[in-house]
Every structure is written in structure tokens, then in C-alpha cells.
Design a protein around this ligand. Structure first.
Ligand SMILES: [Zn+2]
Length: 218
């Protein structure tokens, strides 16, 4: 099972990236097949680098592991001049803010969307031509944050109950506006500002694309 295939199993990835399985994993670190054990191995390497300190050994970390891998493999970390420590902290924080108590809008779902979008971009006839590095980075980031801090309620519920988010965003896509605003606020914090190396114009393009993509998920 490869992350480049439609049939990728986000549930298996979640299991492969929990603390227990990574400790007992014996998979060859150099295996290029991108199966779930490869990701468990990658997750283990990230753990060993001391960059990730996960709050629960039992919860899997499919989103941060897959996201780091895809950004790394597409050379986007280098292309965007990302600080990898800040990137890992950002991914860790985003994943931790997807509630494990949310039966659908959790980090497994975000990983699933990220992987599906990856396959569409890389195998859907969009490259080369339609997807350049700017678009790819924006699309990956949009998928990563597209349900960030989801409360498990839809917009109709938020609007009809006069939830604070509906009031703040004037009943216009309150949940999606929150995913975006909260994610960009996180990116402004110096310890999470992994995109600080981008030029002003590149950042403006990427920010605009992320906003369009996430608002389109309503
Ligand atoms: Zn979603």
C-alpha cells in the first residue's frame, strides 16, 4: 500500500504511527515502498530526533507523519526555505488540535483528504502544467488544516444556535472561516512560523490559494 495509490488506508496509517507500534516496528528504514510500516519508521525517526513529543502513546499520528513525508518528498521544505523544526511543531500542533473524540473530523480524516488530494495532483494528469510548487504547497497545507479545530457540528447548527463562530463570521461559513483564521494565527507564532522563509509575493499567493481551497470545502 503506497501513499501514491488510491487504495491507501488512513486507518492503517493511524495504527502504524501510534507509539506502541513504532517502538516494536522492525521495518527496514530504507524501504522505498511507502507502506504503513515505512511511515511508522519515519514517525519513529522523527520521534528519535526529539522533535515530536506526543501527548498520548496510544493515539496515532497519521496527519503529521504523512504531511511531513509528502512535503519532504516533493522537495517543498527546501523549496520554501522551511525551518523543519518549526514545520514539525506546526504539524504536531495542528494534529493535536483535531479532536480524537470527533468521530469523523479527526486527524485521520485530514490525512485521508491530504492523501487523496496528493493522488489527484500527482496522478490526475495535472502535472506538469497545472500544478507548480506554489500550488502544490498551498494544496497540501489546505488539506492539512481544512478541518482544524473542528467542533463536530455543521454550519447550520452553529448558525441556528447563534454560536460564537456564527456571530463572528456573520453566518458565512463559520466553521471553514475558523479553520483558516485559527491556522493562520498559529502560523504567525514564531515557534510555528515554518513559512517565514517565503517571499512576500509567494506567501500572498499561497495564503490566497489556501483560503480559496478551504472555503470551497463547505
Ligand atoms: Zn474534511
Amino acid at each position: 500500500m503506497s501513499a501514491d495509490e488510491w487504495c491507501f488506508d488512513a486507518y492503517a496509517l493511524e495504527t502504524a504511527t501510534n507509539g506502541e507500534s513504532t517502538r516494536v516496528g522492525t521495518h527496514d528504514d530504507t524501504c522505498p515502498c511507502q507502506c504503513v510500516l515505512c511511515f511508522a519508521s519515519l514517525h519513529n525517526q522523527i520521534l528519535m530526533r526529539g522533535l515530536l513529543v506526543f501527548s498520548s502513546a496510544r493515539a496515532g499520528h497519521p496527519l503529521s507523519t504523512l504531511a511531513y513525508w509528502l512535503l519532504h518528498r516533493a522537495d517543498l521544505i527546501q523549496w520554501a526555505g522551511m525551518d523543519s523544526d518549526k514545520l514539525v511543531r506546526f504539524l504536531q500542533h495542528v494534529e493535536g488540535s483535531y479532536s480524537t473524540g470527533n468521530p469523523y473530523h479527526n486527524s485521520r480524516h485530514a490525512a485521508d483528504v491530504l492523501q487523496s488530494l496528493h493522488v489527484i495532483m500527482t496522478r490526475g494528469g495535472l502535472m506538469p502544467g497545472y500544478v507548480d510548487q506554489t500550488t502544490m504547497l498551498a494544496a497540501y497545507l489546505a488539506a492539512i488544516v481544512h478541518d482544524y479545530e473542528h467542533r463536530g457540528r455543521n454550519n447550520d447548527f452553529l448558525i441556528n444556535t447563534h454560536d460564537d463562530l456564527a456571530v463572528r463570521y456573520n453566518d458565512r461559513s463559520p466553521m471553514e472561516n475558523h479553520h483558516l483564521a485559527a491556522a493562520f494565527a498559529l502560523l504567525k507564532q514564531s515557534e510555528h512560523n515554518c513559512l517565514g522563509g517565503l517571499s512576500k509575493s509567494a506567501w500572498s499567493k499561497i495564503r490566497a490559494l489556501i483560503i480559496d481551497l478551504v472555503l470551497a470545502t463547505e
